[in-house]
Design a protein around this ligand. Structure first.
Ligand code: UD1
Length: 384
C-alpha cells in the first residue's frame, strides 16, 4: 500500500475480523466473542489499546479467562491522561495496526475511549465497524461515555443490541447501520465464568461466603474527580454499612486511589467505619466476591449488569443509569451520592427479594455476533 493511503479499497481487505479491547470491562465483555471466533476457526485477531495496563485491570483478566494475549498492542497509551490525548494516541496506533492487518470488519464493545478510537480508525479507512452494546443511553450529556456511545453508534455498520430499549433509541436517532438484537455477551461471560469463580472460594476461609458483607466499587470521573462527591459517596456507604450491620469491601480503582491521595483523603477513607479498603481484584476473584455479597454499591455500568445477572441487589451511586431495566425489575436502586439516599436505598435493597428475571439476553450473544461476523466475511451480510 502506498504511503499516504487514506482509505483501503474493499478488494484490499482480508477475510478476517479485528476485535478491539483495552479496558477491564471490555476485555470481559469480548471474551466470549473471542472464544467463539476461536472455537469456529474464524480468522481473527485482537488489538489491545493499552488504556488499562495495571495487571489487575489487564493481564490477570486474560489469565483468569484463559484468553490468548492480543496479537497487537498500542504502546504508550498510559502516558496520555486527558481524554483527547488518550483517544488520539489510540486512534493513531489502531490505524497503523489496521493498515497492516486489513480486516474486513472491526468489532468494538462498550463506551470507553478505547472503543471510540477503534471505531473511528476503522471508519476512516473504509473498514466495517460492529458495535457491541449499541443503543444504550444514560441521557447524561456530562458523561464522556455518553459522547462515545452516540458517536460510535452513528459510525457503525452493525449495531449489536441488548434489547428493545436500545433498538428504540437507535431507531429514534435514525442510525445508518443495521441493527442486530444479539443480547449482551456480558451475560455469556457472567454465566460461563461463575462456576470457575465460585471454585476459587472452596477451602479459603477468607474468601466469599464467610460473613455477611457488601461490595463497593467507585471509579466514575464525575464521582471521584470531585472531592465533595467522593467524600459524600464514601460517607453514605460507611453509614449504610454501620446501620445495616454489614462490612463493605471497597475494591479501590487506580483512578480513585490516585484522587484520594491528591485530595489528602487516604487516611480519612481508611478510617471510615464499616469500610475495608483493598486493591481491585482480578475478574474471577471479583466475581466470586460479588456472587456471595448481600449487596453491591457501585457506579460502574458493568457491575450493575453483573449484579443483576448474579441476583445480587445493587445500589447505584449515580444520578442515572443506562441500565434502566435493572431498576424496573427491582434489582437496582439509583441513590446518587447523597448519604441519606444511600442509606435508604441500601435498607430497601437488603430487604427486597432477589427473584427477578435476568434481562440483557439469554447468554447466546457471542454465537449471534459470530454468525454475523461470518456473514460479513463470506460476503452474505447485506448491510442495511
Ligand atoms: C474507563 C472508561 C469507563 C470504564 C472504566 C472501567 C472512558 C472514558 N472511561 O474509565 O467507561 O467504566 O474505564 O475501569 O474510557 N489507571 C491505572 N491503571 C489502569 C487503568 C487506569 O492506574 O490499568 C489510572 C490512571 O491514573 C488513569 C486513570 O486510572 O489515568 C483513569 O483511567 P482511564 O482508563 O482514563 O479511565 P477509567 O476511569 O478507568
Amino acid at each position: 500500500m502506498a504511503n499516504g493511503t487514506k482509505v483501503l479499497r474493499p478488494d484490499y481487505l482480508r477475510a478476517t475480523v479485528g476485535v478491539v479491547v483495552g479496558t477491564r470491562p471490555g476485555i470481559v465483555m469480548l471474551a466470549p466473542v473471542l472464544q467463539e471466533l476461536e472455537r469456529r476457526g474464524v480468522a481473527h485477531f485482537a488489538i489491545h489499546t493499552g488504556q488499562h495496563y495495571s495487571p489487575n485491570m489487564d493481564s490477570w483478566i486474560f489469565d483468569d479467562l484463559g484468553l490468548a494475549l492480543p496479537s497487537y498492542r498500542v504502546e504508550g497509551t498510559s502516558l496520555r491522561t486527558s481524554h483527547g490525548a488518550q483517544t488520539a494516541h489510540m486512534l493513531e496506533g489502531i490505524e497503523a495496526i489496521l493498515l497492516e492487518s486489513r480486516p474486513r470488519l472491526l468489532l468494538v464493545g462498550g463506551d470507553a475511549n478505547t472503543n471510540l478510537a477503534g471505531a473511528l480508525a476503522a471508519r476512516k479507512l473504509g473498514i466495517m465497524v460492529g458495535h457491541i452494546e449499541a443503543g444504550e443511553r444514560s441521557f447524561d450529556w456530562s458523561m464522556p461515555e455518553e459522547h462515545n456511545r452516540r458517536i460510535i453508534d452513528h459510525i457503525s455498520d452493525v449495531l449489536f443490541t441488548t434489547g428493545a430499549k436500545a433498538e428504540e433509541n437507535l431507531a429514534r436517532e435514525a442510525v445508518q447501520g443495521r441493527i442486530v438484537c444479539s443480547g449482551n455477551p456480558i451475560v455469556d461471560a457472567a454465566r460461563s465464568f461463575a462456576a470457575a469463580a465460585r471454585a476459587r472460594c472452596d477451602g479459603d476461609p477468607h474468601a466469599a461466603g464467610v460473613e455477611r458483607y457488601a461490595v463497593l466499587t467507585l471509579h466514575r470521573e464525575e464521582n471521584v474527580d470531585v472531592a465533595a462527591r467522593l467524600q459524600s459517596a464514601l460517607s453514605g456507604v460507611s453509614r449504610a454499612s454501620m446501620e445495616l450491620g454489614i462490612e463493605t469491601r471497597f475494591y479501590v480503582h487506580p483512578r480513585t486511589r490516585k484522587r484520594l491521595h491528591e485530595f489528602g483523603l487516604e487516611s480519612w477513607a481508611s478510617d471510615l467505619p464499616g469500610l475495608q479498603l483493598s486493591e481491585p481484584l482480578g475478574f474471577l476473584d471479583f466475581t466470586a466476591a460479588l456472587c456471595e455479597a448481600v449487596l453491591v454499591f457501585t457506579d460502574s455500568g458493568g457491575v450493575q449488569q453483573e449484579a443483576c445477572i448474579h441476583h445480587v441487589s445493587c445500589v447505584t451511586l449515580r444520578d442515572n443509569t443506562e441500565w434502566t431495566e435493572t431498576v424496573e425489575l427491582g434489582a437496582n436502586r439509583i441513590a446518587g451520592v447523597d448519604p441519606e439516599s444511600i442509606v435508604d436505598a441500601a435498607r430497601v435493597a437488603l430487604k427486597s427479594k432477589r427473584d427477578w428475571s435476568v434481562p440483557f439476553g439469554d447468554g447466546n450473544a457471542a454465537a449471534i455476533i459470530v454468525d454475523c461476523v461470518e456473514a460479513v466475511l463470506d460476503g452474505s451480510f447485506g448491510g442495511r
